[in-house]
Design a protein around this ligand. Structure first.
Ligand code: NAD
Ligand code: FE2
Length: 381
């Protein structure tokens, strides 16, 4: 079909403040949005000093605040309701989410539950739940401390639902943060392994978005730009963590990946989600271990696009999967899922859950449940 004959939507709405020291801008922004902020974060971030900078910025602007640091990694549904209770107990009218994707996502879903009826499952994007997100939600400022998910500029929150034990995307334009503050200094405290794993999440978003089905030339160009930043700076940010230029590049790449993946993601994210929900793997690490096999498998249907991505990494399309395996090694990540405690016996049930995940619907090569099983096997290492 002539693509010009169908109508698609392209939008890039978030206000983003980028730069070393940008966190100081939080105060004036918060003052315009509310009287009392609930800082939503996790215990690991509290130890980094980022929260002190956030509090100082709010204090300087005279915005009252309380902190809830109970967000869990790979958050589950009850965690959202713990956050909602903290929001209500604090008497807050604004959320400042500080941390990686887990606190940012939980914060968005706390906002959703502040003005919409439970259960969360009815808002699942895969069943058209976005149409039920109809009311305003409390304002939110997003302050990422990892450079990976791009949740700070995205319209979704990801949570594992209790009823299905599936990692589930809840999507709605109202969930977008009012502004995102990208301060590379806040990511310097990330250890190498978290830098590497979150960075590969950003790389995977850009790569899967570029290969995804759909007509979105804006997302495509942003994705290629994000991939260039990853190619230039992911290794450096991992092994020279104090390099603020490399840290800044990865923060940009993360935001660009999430902007680009409004076009869609792909099979790698469908494989990664059950590895997080069922096996507790960090989301970026799960992507890192599955991406090479997915790229090799997709190449026959999107040869030219894989060639274009490969050029960014200085290799031919036929070499891209191996290049990505080499990148994992260079980053100090393991060679496959087996090293992370995934057993052959786990794969059948993981494949069932991966097939139920919606991300592969925009993968350029259609996936059956058995295709996903083959991709898991190829990622065992
Ligand atoms: N909303 C989206 O569009 C989207 C996209 C991709 C992934 N996700 C979700 O995001 C979650 C993963 O987020 P993540 O990869 O950012 O990890 P995370 O938020 O779970 O954080 C991982 C670990 O890093 C620590 N940490 C964070 N910042 C730190 C810093 N500056 N210094 C030291 N330690 C720090 C945290 O305390 C935590 O222990 C998953 O649940 C995933 O499914 C969401
Ligand atoms: Fe991701």
């Amino acid at each position: 079909m002539n693509q010009a004959m169908s109508v698609t939507a392209w939008s890039f709405p978030t206000r983003i403040l980028f730069g070393v020291g940008a966190v100081r801008e939080l105060g004036p922004l918060a003052k315009g949005l509310g009287k009392k902020a609930l800082i939503v974060t996790d215990a690991g971030v509290v130890g980094t000093g980022a929260i002190d900078k956030v509090r100082a910025a709010l204090d300087a602007a005279g915005v009252a605040h309380a902190t809830w640091d109970g967000v869990e990694g790979n958050p589950h549904e009850p965690n959202v309701f713990e956050g909602l209770a903290a929001y209500r107990a604090a008497g807050a009218d604004l959320i400042v989410a500080v941390g990686g994707g887990s606190p940012l996502d939980v914060a968005k879903l706390v906002r959703l539950m502040a003005t919409h009826e439970p259960p969360l499952a009815q808002y699942d994007d895969a069943i058209g739940g976005d149409a039920k997100i109809v009311r305003d939600v409390p304002p939110m400022l997003a302050v990422p401390t990892t450079a990976g998910t791009g949740s700070e500029v995205g319209r979704s929150g990801v949570v594992t639902l209790t009823a299905t034990n599936q990692k589930t995307v809840i999507f709605g334009p109202r969930l977008l943060a009012n502004a995102a503050i990208l301060d590379p200094e806040l990511t310097v405290s990330m250890p190498a392994r978290i830098t590497a794993a979150t960075g590969i999440d950003a790389l995977t978003h850009n790569l899967e978005a570029y290969l995804a089905l759909g007509d979105h030339p804006l997302a495509d160009s942003i994705a290629l730009g994000g991939l260039e930043l990853c190619a230039r700076s992911l290794v450096r940010a991992t092994h020279h963590g104090a390099d603020l230029t490399a840290r800044g590049d990865m923060m940009k790449a993360a935001a660009m990946g999430a902007i680009a993946f409004q076009k869609g993601l792909g099979a790698c994210h469908s494989l990664a989600h059950p590895l997080g929900a069922d096996k507790g793997l960090h989301h970026g690490l799960a992507n890192a271990l599955c991406l090479p096999a997915v790229v090799a498998w997709n190449r026959e249907v999107v040869t030219e696009r894989v060639e274009r991505v490969a050029r960014v990494f200085g290799v031919a399309g036929s070499e891209l999967a191996d290049k990505l395996r080499g990148l994992n090694a260079e980053l100090g990540l393991p060679a496959g899922l087996r090293a992370e405690g995934v057993a052959d016996d786990d794969l059948a049930s993981l494949a069932d859950h991966a097939f139920a995940d919606a991300c592969h619907r925009s993968n350029p090569r259609p996936c059956t449940r058995d295709d996903l099983l083959v991709l898991y096997r190829a990622s065992m290492g």
